[in-house]
Design a protein around this ligand. Structure first.
Ligand SMILES: NC(=O)c1ccc[n+]([C@@H]2O[C@H](COP(=O)([O-])OP(=O)(O)OC[C@H]3O[C@@H](n4cnc5c(N)ncnc54)[C@H](OP(=O)(O)O)[C@@H]3O)[C@@H](O)[C@H]2O)c1
Length: 336
């Protein structure tokens, strides 16, 4: 009998989650039914939206977790047993099957069956060629409608979505500036990811840094963090600039009142367009985004970094670390 190790949501955190907000349990896997298949999960993707599902006044796209629920998360796994003619043992699949080592599926809950390109690591299909790369692609091309003459600003630029967004914009011919926390992350953003500059929001004077690095201002702001960083960016946006709001990382662990952005009058003064988006509303774009992302990775124009924790028992600590900025690039958990 196969044992499935799962991470359950135990209780709503106050501020930053602790490992005690999660519970690890073992369950026996039942027999697969007609049309079903058993997946051995290889990688788990850890993403900031999971914090919103854990409560604190947040929901994510209208959903939230209750105590005892399996933690929601996207996995990449291998089919090891099947009664479904469309999925054979050895096939790799990606889907939101939760924080667990095994899953039973009938295919309806999957994102896609993988046809990995030679030269691209499987794990990249949870990052640069997966949902985070697709998020960057949609935010830039569909929401911000970036064009090659644009100067683009990207926050959380050393992270999974941010690093992809900056490199996709660079590949389109844009000038790209990142914002990241600390000198080492800023070095990686410019040296490894090829951004034209990077500002360190943990140093004083972010506004002055932005003015120095882009004296002619920005046409697009790909915003992953909201809060004070958004406030600092608004005065440096050009007339008619577009802001794609991908996330509000600075607020997810905020137990107090939400940060009130003070520079909102500039949205009027500069005729700015600000638009939030969620990737799940753009599923029709995933196949073309994935094809382009694969091509960028293979040609070396989209580089990615991964921070990989080992074993499902370490998933809660890795998740908490990511929310504190301990990751560089995509945060994954290797499950086998
Ligand atoms: N719209 C969508 O459909 C969609 C899909 C996927 C992800 N997202 C959003 O995209 C954003 C990035 O996600 P990701 O998966 O790529 O995560 P990530 O950037 O790889 O990891 C999180 C990073 O956030 C930064 N951070 C943490 N607290 C911060 C704060 N208070 N202010 C500024 N930065 C802070 C840290 O980097 P530093 O060390 O540089 O601070 C940390 O490394 C998140 O807001 C997420 O919710 C949206």
């Amino acid at each position: 009998m196969i044992q499935n190790t799962q991470v359950l949501f135990r209780r709503e955190p106050r501020g930053l989650p602790t490992v005690d907000d999660f519970e690890i349990v073992e369950k026996s896997i039942s027999e697969i039914g007609e049309n079903q298949f058993l997946i051995h999960n290889r990688y788990l993707s850890l993403d900031p939206y999971m914090r919103m599902l854990m409560g604190g006044g947040w929901t994510y796209s209208g959903s939230s977790l209750s105590p005892g629920d399996l933690m929601v998360g996207r996995i990449l796994g291998e089919v090891i047993e099947s009664k479904n003619p469309e999925y054979q043992p050895g096939d790799h699949v990606v889907g939101r099957l939760g924080w667990q080592t095994h899953a039973i599926s009938d295919g309806s809950d999957l994102d896609f069956k993988l046809e990995p390109k030679q030269g691209i690591a499987l794990s990249a299909y949870l990052g640069a060629c997966g949902s985070t790369g697709a998020t960057a692609w949609v935010g830039l091309k569909v929401i911000a409608k970036v064009s090659r003459s644009d100067t683009v600003l990207v926050s959380a630029a050393a992270g999974s979505v941010g690093s992809a967004a900056g490199q996709i914009a660079k590949a389109m011919g844009c000038t790209v500036i990142g914002i990241a926390g600390g000198p080492e992350k800023c070095r990686v953003v410019t040296t490894d990811f090829g951004f034209d500059g990077c500002c360190d929001y943990k140093q004083a004077g972010l506004s002055e840094q932005l003015a120095n690095v882009a004296p002619d201002g920005f046409d697009v702001y790909f915003d992953n963090v909201g809060g004070e960083v958004l406030d600092a960016a608004l005065p440096h946006l050009n007339k008619g600039a577009r802001i794609a709001v991908c996330g509000v990382l600075s607020q997810y662990n905020n137990d107090g009142p939400p940060y009130g952005v003070t520079n909102t009058r500039l949205i009027f003064d500069k005729s700015l367009r600000i638009e939030g988006f969620v990737l799940s509303a753009h599923r029709d774009k995933w196949p073309s985004a994935r094809a382009e992302l694969e091509e960028l990775v293979l040609s070396g124009r989209l580089k990615y970094r991964e921070t990989i924790a080992e074993g499902i028992a370490n998933a809660p600590a890795a998740f908490i670390g990511m929310l504190q900025g301990k990751n560089l690039g995509k945060q994954l958990v290797k499950l086998t």
